[in-house]
Write a protein that binds this ligand. Structure first.
Ligand SMILES: [Zn+2]
Length: 298
């Protein structure tokens, strides 16, 4: 009896964990999970031409850029290129077509055809609208970095081209709306964090993150210069899998150059802005940071 109960609890647990992925409509399940096909000219992205990125409906992975979308008159959204590594090709069960699935979650997308002469690339990813989500291109994105005293980190990011605005605050702790002195005492687990609002058309996340590794010493553990404590540790808070991969790639490059990088790469959590007197600290004071300086590392 006890064993049956444990098995039931385990099954329930797995069901709850899969809840997000299975939060699909019947039509979405039919196409994405059962490899069905939506009726031609019925999907919402057939005649959709906006700047942005098409993502997997099931898992949110980025699959196609709008730059690769073209008018094919086939009745389904058509792309002549997928984002590198995002789409997997497998032989279709019908024995002659090539099926395409999301490389991340295996969700069915459609089929890929070559040699039809639609575009120079001569490829047509024929995708069900139902398998896709679209996010429009914006010229504003946010990134979160912690690298010691946030006054110094903000000072350097403010000087960078493509950065639209910055603020300092706290992330990664256990409480809501922490105050500076609670964080300094180390009782909340928060880390001094800088929010960087930037224009991805001017500066990429990769360039921004490279710069982060050059304006603080990423080899210091739970401190930065004279500031000692977990609230000063080096952290990149990523918002997407792509940001995570970019950061890990950069850390790998630094490690190969001999740096024993202590930077933690963790998922972003709610960001709480710090008190006003911490914002633009060096800009208002007119002096230079005591604990940060720029050093080329890439
Ligand atoms: Zn997916």
């Amino acid at each position: 009896m006890k064993f049956v109960l444990i098995v039931l609890i385990l099954i329930l647990g797995v069901m709850i964990m899969n809840c997000k992925e299975n939060n699909l409509t019947e039509m979405e399940k039919y196409v994405i999970e059962k490899k069905g096909t939506e009726a031609p000219f019925s999907g919402k992205y057939v005649e959709h031409f906006e700047d942005g990125t098409y993502k997997c409906k099931k898992c949110g992975a980025e699959l196609f850029e709008s730059s690769g979308k073209f008018e094919s008159d086939c009745g389904w959204p058509s792309f002549d290129e997928a984002i590198a590594g995002a789409v997997k090709e497998i032989p279709d069960k019908d024995g002659y077509r090539t099926e395409i699935v999301c490389a991340n979650c295996g969700g069915h997308l459609g089929h890929v055809f070559t040699g039809e002469g639609f575009t120079d690339k001569n490829v047509r990813h024929c995708v069900n609208s139902v398998s896709l989500d679209f996010s429009a291109k914006t010229n504003e994105a946010k990134a979160y970095y912690a690298g010691g005293c946030f006054w110094g980190v903000e000072y350097y990011f403010q000087k960078l081209d493509g950065v639209k605005s910055t603020s300092v605050g706290f992330m990664g702790g256990k409480t809501e709306n922490p105050g500076y002195y609670e964080v300094v005492r180390g009782s909340t687990g928060h880390i001094e964090t800088t929010e960087v609002v930037y224009n991805p058309e001017v500066i990429s996340y990769e360039e921004l993150t490279k710069y982060f590794f050059e304006i603080h010493d990423p080899t210091q553990v739970d401190r930065q210069g004279p500031d000692i404590g977990e609230q000063y540790r080096s952290v990149v808070f990523y918002a997407t899998e792509q940001e995570k991969e970019t950061t890990l790639k950069l850390i790998d490059i630094l490690k190969k150059k001999g740096y024993s990088v202590a930077t933690v790469v963790q998922a972003a959590e709610p960001y709480y802005k710090a008190e006003n007197y911490h914002q633009d600290y060096y800009l208002k004071k007119g002096n230079l940071p005591y604990c940060h300086s720029y050093e080329k590392r890439f």
